[in-house]
Design a protein around this ligand. Structure first.
Ligand code: FEO
Length: 184
């Protein structure tokens, strides 16, 4: 008896996303290693912490596929892209990566909706919310580097930014937590 509760299409899409999350972890690891090599310990620390989160995302997909009776296929992880050319470029790459990942998450959510697979649709809502936070976090990075001077940021501004990122929380506050007397 076939106990796989996932369609072939969704099983494949979820496996692909599992690998994408592992790839994301590699991307953050490689950017973190680059940041450390440039002397930015705070930025490296932030990115290393984020690589860990991406591995957790990978595990959630892996567990979900198994939970639904599907077959997990662990494949090779593509190599991360080339090193950033500077801090501004690093944060731009992080932002673009998160937008691309949001599109991938939306695509799976769409398939689940089309197939009326409400269990997978419901599972994906966690990731829809998570991507909102991840994009907010990436936008905050863009704001920080913009204030520091963008591509032309001076070393004292980069020094302060690096120190700031050492203690920047891993989760960004989102609009649903805002109140009139306590805006974000
Ligand atoms: Fe797993 Fe940064 O999204």
């Amino acid at each position: 008896m076939d106990t796989n509760r996932l369609s072939k299409k969704l099983e494949q899409a979820l496996n692909d996303q599992m690998t994408k999350e592992a790839h994301a972890a590699q991307i953050y690891l490689s950017y973190a290693a680059w940041a450390d090599s440039q002397g930015y310990k705070g930025i490296a620390n932030f990115l290393f912490r984020h690589a860990h989160e991406e591995r957790n995302h990978m595990m959630k997909f892996l567990e979900y596929i198994m939970e639904r009776g599907g077959r997990v296929r662990v494949t090779a992880i593509p190599a991360p892209p080339s090193d950033p050319s500077g801090v501004n470029n690093c944060f731009e790459k992080v932002f673009q990566h998160e937008v691309d990942n949001t599109n991938a998450i939306y695509n799976i959510t769409n398939i689940a909706h089309e197939e009326r697979d409400w269990a997978t649709f419901n599972f994906m809502q966690w990731f829809v919310k998570e991507q909102l936070e991840e994009e907010t976090l990436a936008m905050d990075l863009m704001d920080k580097i913009k204030i520091a001077g963008g591509e032309h940021a001076k070393s004292d501004a980069l020094y302060a930014l690096d120190k700031d990122l050492l203690t920047t929380p891993d989760d960004a506050p989102t609009a649903e937590k805002a109140t009139e007397d306590k805006p974000l």
